[in-house]
Design a protein around this ligand. Structure first.
Ligand SMILES: [Mg+2]
Length: 399
């Protein structure tokens, strides 16, 4: 049983969030908010520490950010309730539980993965007894809103609403999420292809990338796409053999990505000059603790992802839109507008690296925008028309 979807026209996340978003680097895009350095101090973190989404320190930084937003909107006003909207029980659920714990706010979360089963929702209790509604339709956000009000948790003044961005606000899980993964995979392929030049074979590339991207090899790659792109590059060059590599990973002979880097280091004399220089750059960044050391890949990921926003005409068939374009989740957009009208403060979290989300100076000068300002089609079930768009916070994309 398919979900009946409607094209609601073009929109951008900035239409309801403004610039109130952080990408993985936790640096607020809205420069009127405290910079990460100040947030770290407020949260009691050491300089240079960049917590990940599942860590309590991440929740501390986000709590201070939300309080700074509240202070701008309503000086002296307090946040009492939290609402978290996401797509993964484990990662978003953990971020939500941590945020409830460090802040003491009463919370409700909505986690959705759409599927073809009949619509169903259930309330589950998180660790601290903070309720989470699990749903298999994004349209269940309306029910979530009603039940929150009935359960004494109205979403309005005094409520901070945190939206996960990737596969929630855009590329909804179970509906449109594959396009996000495809853009990233294309970025790996294009980056490796450009660097290998005439030695690049797309068939060989897929034979290397697809298996190494599977959970079996996550302990080795740490599911880091920068590492994976680098491994594909070295294997595509022929310096190290794929079958031999997987055998040694499986037998624990090669235990970590760092050990792989050392191995390439010992044999780098056999690499063409350009690849040897890139290897050196990546090795140094990994040693310095940079989680996204392959800058050229992340740059391509930004360009290819950004190009998937609003890439089709309004006349495109729905099946084509779902498969080709990164779409805004209309149900989330509609509820965001409603909650904002009722006085809630809204904030967006993205786990995408900043380099894959925000243009560099050169592209910015050409009019490229960060992903949250990019216009694309908003798609959702019937009944989620927007009553009125508050134009006061609209940060429109540059032409
Ligand atoms: Mg997500």
């Amino acid at each position: 049983m398919g979900v009946e979807l409607i094209n609601y026209g073009r929109a951008a996340i900035a239409e309801f969030l403004g610039d109130r978003i952080v990408y993985r680097g936790l640096e607020p895009y809205d420069k009127s908010l405290p910079p990460l350095e100040a947030l770290r101090r407020a949260a009691g973190l050491a300089p240079e520490v960049l917590p990940r989404k599942n860590e309590a320190d991440y929740a501390r930084v986000v709590m201070h950010l939300l309080q700074a937003c509240q202070e701008q909107d309503q000086p002296g006003g307090r946040i009492e309730r939290l609402v978290f909207v996401g797509d993964t029980r484990l990662l978003d659920g953990t971020a939500y539980e941590n945020l409830c714990r460090v802040s003491g706010w009463s919370g409700r979360a909505f986690i959705c993965a759409e599927d073809g089963d009949p619509p169903a929702t259930c309330w589950a209790a998180a660790e601290q007894n903070q309720p989470i509604m699990l749903a298999n339709r994004w349209a269940a956000l309306a029910q979530f809103d009603r039940e929150c009000a009935q359960l004494g948790h109205p979403i309005g003044a005094g409520t901070a609403v945190v939206f996960d961005m990737d596969k929630t606000l855009v590329g909804a899980r179970g509906r449109n999420a594959r396009v996000i993964d495809q853009s990233r995979m294309q970025a790996v392929e294009q980056t490796v292809g450009d660097l290998l030049g005439k030695d690049f074979d797309p068939v060989v590339f897929r034979r290397i990338y697809d298996p190494l991207n599977q959970p079996e090899f996550h302990p080795f790659t740490t599911d880091n796409q920068d590492y994976l792109a680098y491994i594909c590059l070295v294997l595509g060059n022929g310096l190290i053999d794929f079958a031999d590599l997987t055998r040694r990973i499986r037998s624990d002979e090669l235990a970590s990505f760092e050990a792989f880097l050392d191995e390439v280091e010992a044999r780098k004399g056999a690499l063409p000059e350009r690849l040897a220089a890139l290897h050196e750059e990546i090795r140094q960044r990994v040693q310095a603790g940079d989680p996204t050391p392959f800058k050229a890949f992340r740059r391509n990921e930004y360009l290819l992802t950004r190009q998937r926003f609003g890439c089709l005409s309004a006349a495109a068939a729905m099946v084509e839109m779902l498969a080709e374009e990164i779409l805004i989740t209309q149900e989330a957009r509609c509820m965001a507008h409603k909650w904002r009208r009722e006085g809630a403060l809204l904030f967006g979290l993205s786990d995408k690296p900043d380099e894959a989300s925000i243009p560099d100076e050169e592209h910015r000068a050409q009019g490229w925008t960060p992903l949250h300002q990019a216009e694309t089609h908003a798609v959702g079930e019937a009944g989620f028309e927007i009553e009125q768009v508050d134009r006061s916070i609209l940060v429109m994309p540059q032409p």
